[in-house]
Design a protein around this ligand. Structure first.
Ligand code: ARG
Length: 247
């Protein structure tokens, strides 16, 4: 018992010396993006596929990663301003973002879908050719892609912007919008939670998700890539998919 306390004391003393302290990193998350990242109502802690993946990687790689909830819209500026060190929160790897940040190797692929009320008859073709209101999450790759497509092709819908995907689902249910475009997993999440919505079909190419890092942060990039390689080779990777993604 005594030995234990001496060891614990020694460990905490050593941790206070910078050279022996565990490296500590802050991951910025959108707390309203289940199943990738959200705040668990029971524990009050960040949870989700990306959060648990990074927690496992931190443990395995001997570093500390904490999760900081923030607005999705300002998450890349926060990364560049060093308020956070990474964004592991369902972020698509896009050419526009890659001009400002670097991405880890992709760890997941998702399709984009149109979500409509359960009793809606709208098809993807209707959504693109009618004067409906279409909801998207502000600052997302799908919002930028559909905005650009609309400019190029003159689609007649009116775009409505939301802080989070669940808020767009609320407005679908109360009839303020007729369809919403989002990643397939948050759409599935709304359906599993019993919201009266359904997928009308996919739109565009699937996106790869990666962890966003500052461009000069080579050390963290290597750590995250190595961490995901280890995670993907571990049975826990399958477990996480079962737990969060119904795979
Ligand atoms: N895949 C889209 C993007 O990268 C939506 C992601 C939204 N993710 C989130 N955590 N809010 O922009």
């Amino acid at each position: 018992m005594k030995k234990f306390f001496v060891c614990a004391l020694l460990a905490s003393l050593l941790a206070a010396v910078p050279a022996f302290a565990k490296k500590s990193y802050v991951n910025g998350i959108d707390p309203n993006y289940p199943p990738f990242a959200y705040m668990d109502e029971k524990t009050g802690q960040a949870a989700g596929f990306d959060v648990d993946s990074l927690n496992w990687i931190a443990k395995t790689m001997g570093v500390e990663i904490t999760h900081k909830p923030m607005a999705w819209d300002g998450i890349i500026p926060a990364l560049l301003a060093k308020q956070i060190d990474m964004v592991g929160s369902g972020m698509s790897i896009t050419p526009e973002r890659s001009k400002m940040v670097q991405f880890s190797d992709p760890y997941w692929t998702v399709s984009r879908v149109f979500l409509v009320p359960a009793d809606s008859k709208l098809t993807p073709e209707d959504i693109l050719s009618q004067k409906i209101k279409l909801g998207v999450q502000r600052g997302t790759s799908e919002a930028n892609a559909i905005k650009q497509e609309q400019q190029e092709k003159g689609y007649p819908f009116e775009l409505r912007f939301y802080e989070s995907a669940p808020l767009a689902v609320e407005d679908l249910l109360n009839g303020r919008i007729q369809a919403a475009l989002m990643d397939e997993l948050p759409a599935d999440d709304a359906i599993t939670k019993g919201r009266a919505v359904k997928k009308a079909g996919t739109h565009g190419k699937p996106d790869g998700f990666g962890v966003a890092l500052r461009k000069d942060d080579k050390e963290l990039r290597a750590l995250i890539d190595e961490g995901y390689r280890k995670l993907m080779a571990d049975p826990y990777w399958k477990e996480l998919q079962k737990k969060y993604l119904n795979k």
